[in-house]
Design a protein around this ligand. Structure first.
Ligand code: NAG
Ligand code: NAG
Ligand code: NAG
Ligand code: NAG
Ligand code: NAG
Ligand code: NAG
Length: 308
């Protein structure tokens, strides 16, 4: 009986492994558009796919980001300046993509741009602080996605959205977790809508990596800024110690970061180049073995673990 179960398990794993390793042909015909290529995951992914021979259309926020990326990649890679919060910039970029891919359509769209600051306990923040993040992480990406969707449908391509473990657990205050929960919701709904068109949607949820977002100095600076602006009565209620611990929580998070960005970008590459992409990838061991499993447990358990 046990032997039978073991053999069955082995066969299932073998089948998964085989399925996972089937890679598409003709990668060099395929166009991929990536947002947020100035630094971090976007930049690493752009280089990686360029190396695989794919035609990368890399969107950067700054001229400097675009120019340095161009120097480090082949002549196949094209760049465009894109500010996802500016709808004119988005429609100009969409037009540029449409021209560049002409009748081939767009094989891949990677929504990667994102910010975390301003971040603090919710009561210390203003509505504007939330708006700033939602504009980039959620509304900006919605704008980019719906502007390019018809090109992705044309090639029965792939959409990859970068979420976070913060899209499963609201581990801090401010707009960041809200935006990532939003990304999870949109991916779910749009995956079901696009199935009929042959488009596959994957979500990548990384844990802690050394990107611009998890910069301990900058995070502490911003929490401190917010704390300074809190009215005295609220300050009194929370107390200095709460503020100190809040800063330490981010220090601890940043000290856990990994420099191996390829753990995440390899997941993205798989989502774009495999015959059978997964719908969900966990980037990193904390995500895979701690945060994802935890998200299936009752709330009182996670409240106990994450509560302060
Ligand atoms: C790959 O490209 C070749 C030549 O253009 C074509 O004959 C072949 O059908 C393509 N294969 C796939 C799977 O699209
Ligand atoms: C992006 O666009 C928004 C809205 O138009 C603007 O407020 C912001 O300054 C722009 N950011 C950059 C870096 O250009
Ligand atoms: C594609 O983008 C490049 C770089 O901006 C541009 O020079 C070229 O004209 C574009 N191609 C088409 C067909 O629009
Ligand atoms: C990706 O996320 C954005 C929001 O961040 C959403 O607008 C878009 O529909 C999502 N796309 C897919 C295919 O999930
Ligand atoms: C972190 O942010 C600080 C302040 O903005 C900056 O001086 C520093 O270079 C950043 N560190 C990294 C590793 O990007
Ligand atoms: C840092 O926090 C303050 C909080 O009041 C906010 O106004 C400011 O915009 C934040 N800094 C950045 C870079 O977003």
């Amino acid at each position: 009986m046990w032997i039978f179960l073991l053999v069955l398990l082995g066969l299932i794993l073998l089948y998964r492994w085989h399925r996972q390793n089937q890679i598409l042909e003709n990668l060099s015909d395929k166009y991929v558009f990536i947002t947020g290529c100035d630094t971090g995951f976007g930049r690493q992914l752009a280089k990686q796919l360029d190396n695989r021979g794919m035609k990368v259309l890399a969107a950067c926020l700054t001229e400097e980001g675009a120019n340095t990326l161009k120097k480090e990649t082949s002549s196949r890679l094209q760049t465009v300046i894109l500010n996802v919060t500016d709808s004119q910039s988005v429609s100009a970029a969409a037009k540029w993509v449409a021209n560049n891919v002409s009748d081939k359509g767009l094989w891949g769209l990677v929504n990667n741009a994102g910010i975390l600051i301003p971040v603090s306990p919710n009561e210390w923040l203003k509505k504007e602080d939330f708006r700033k993040i939602l504009d980039v992480n959620l509304l900006g990406l919605i704008d980019v996605t719906i502007s390019l969707l018809y090109l992705v449908r044309k090639s029965k391509g792939r959409i990859v959205n970068v979420s976070s473990i913060a899209g499963r657990h609201a581990i801090c205050g401010g707009g960041y977790c809200i935006s990532k929960f939003g990304v999870e919701a949109f991916s779910d709904s749009i995956r079901r809508e696009l199935k009929q068109f042959g488009v596959k949607v994957s979500i990548i949820a990384p844990d802690f990596f050394k990107t611009e977002i998890l910069n301990a100095t900058r995070l502490r600076e911003n929490v401190t800024n917010c704390w300074k602006k809190v009215p005295p009565n609220i300050k009194n209620d929370y107390g200095e110690e709460y503020y100190e611990n809040y800063c330490k929580f981010f220090d601890a998070m940043c000290s856990r970061t990994s420099t191996k960005l390829t753990i995440v970008t390899d997941c993205m590459e798989h989502a774009l180049t495999a015959v059978h992409p997964w719908t969900r990838y966990s980037g990193g061991l904390y995500a895979k073995f701690y945060y994802m499993p935890l998200s299936y447990l009752p709330t009182f358990v996670t409240d106990y673990l994450f509560g302060s």
